[in-house]
Design a protein around this ligand. Sequence first.
Ligand code: MEZ
Length: 567
Amino acid sequence: GQTLADFHSKMGGCASCHGTNAVTAASVPDDEHALNAQCQTCHGSYKDIRKTGTEIDPHHSHLGDINCTSCHTAHARPKLVCNDCHTFPNKMPFADAPEAAPKVSPDEAAIEAAMKAEPRESYDVVVIGAGSAGFNAAIAAKRAGASVLLLEKNSFSGGNSMLAAGGYNAVGTKQQKAKGITDTVEAYVEDTLKGGRGKNDRALVEILAKESAAGVEWLEGMGADLSEVKRSGGARVDRTHRPTGGETVGPHIVKTLRAQAEKDGVPARLNSRAVRLIVDENHTVRGVVVEGKHSGLYRVNAKAVVLAAGGYGQNKEMVAFYRPTFKGMTSSNNVTSTGDGVRMALEAGASMTDIDWIQAHPTVGKGSRILISETVRGVGAVMVNETGARFVNELTTRDRASDAILKQPGRHAWLVFDADLYAKAKMVRGYDHLGMLKKADTIEGLAKAAGMDPKVLEKTLADYNAYRAKGHDDAFGRPDMPLAVAKAPFYAVEVAPGIHHTMGGVAVTTESEVLDIQSRPMPGLYAAGEVTGGVHGFNRLGGNAVADTVVFGRRAGEHAAKYALEQ
Ligand code: MEZ
């Protein structure tokens, strides 16, 4: 079959996509911005081509305005990136084109050669990974006066942050004050330490809490909407901030950061994988070897490098090695969470903190990779087992909730809620759109649709509603019961635990410096976000990952810039 490129070349030659310059590896920009602009000149923007019906439309997704070429690969068979997580049946044009040749990883000799070659470019700060931590670091470093390159291996930016659903934990915000919520830095710290079973690095947690509200303001200053505040598991008060209407937080923040980075002159360079940190004999960082999708291996010199490459939740070998009991478990993470940052840091001589601590999120859609956000429980859903009985405080910490589900028959559970919750939590409409919900006009009907015992489910919900009315959950001590489950139609979604966050990672100081195996800072090497260990201890609280990426992303960028500008 012909490719998209064959088709276009018949219309206007290579110039129809590439312009009139000769196409060479060096002339094709790694980020494909120019190509994508060209696609949109003829076909219109995503908004122009968006469908309005109820069908799944990849041009209107939580990934936002990503590059057309992420899916419409011109010289080989196209690939719907949505299907990295979903199983949409969408038919792609040129679906019969030949498959791309399998990617060959660069060998050691080629990497060594690139390390010795003349640098293609030089920057004060190179940031690896364009998720929330990386974007925050790049913007902060740029604003501090450094020249900055932001690298992203994927064909679109956002990383795992793109899939963050629940929200951003912050204390002392104007949103909390407006709702009359009494909260303190100490309470945030204590909740986080309790959730982490006291294994967290307290100094890092204190920074997280103290700088959390400033991080919200920093994002708001870029146009973000974090106006709603709700409860997450393990928190004593409502401190999880998110966009109005319960919209998912990750895509919103990524969209905001993407636009700001573009505006500030630090857009992510896409399709550009960092493969090796260049460090000298004194463990001082000198640069990075990059593998461009089109331009191959090249060296970039840097006075400082910020590792913001995310966790390893999608690296099955690393999961099986560090946590054998989670071997083969599904993961809610983006396919980009492959542990590259941890690997590069280890190769460079960094030390690790709690590298084997992995979090299973209790509610990943059964048999899928779709996270059913903690928000759904926070807003009011009740969790029952396959008979229809409750078995745990729905707002306990994730490790406890996951353990409790794995002890139930079939090692799964159901979240049950009603029309009021459906109206309040916008993300639930997304699950409905994906066909993940059972729905019925009566509780009996819902129980039958989900294979539960109707009598058991009816009694469970009647008891729950009575506990709510009197303000005390006699059965499991759930601290917050915002909604009854009383208004038809009723809904249920089947869930089971899945890998969600790798709490361990690169060991860092409070100034985001990476430590070597003798616990000495490695000059010029900084890290932030899920690639690091220490902040979350044994178990991360919902809402603390986004806070981590913003607070420590900013700090890493600022410290890296300061260091670089002093060299
Ligand atoms: O912080 C998280 O991981 C989170 C809030 C996830 C979720 O359930 O939405």
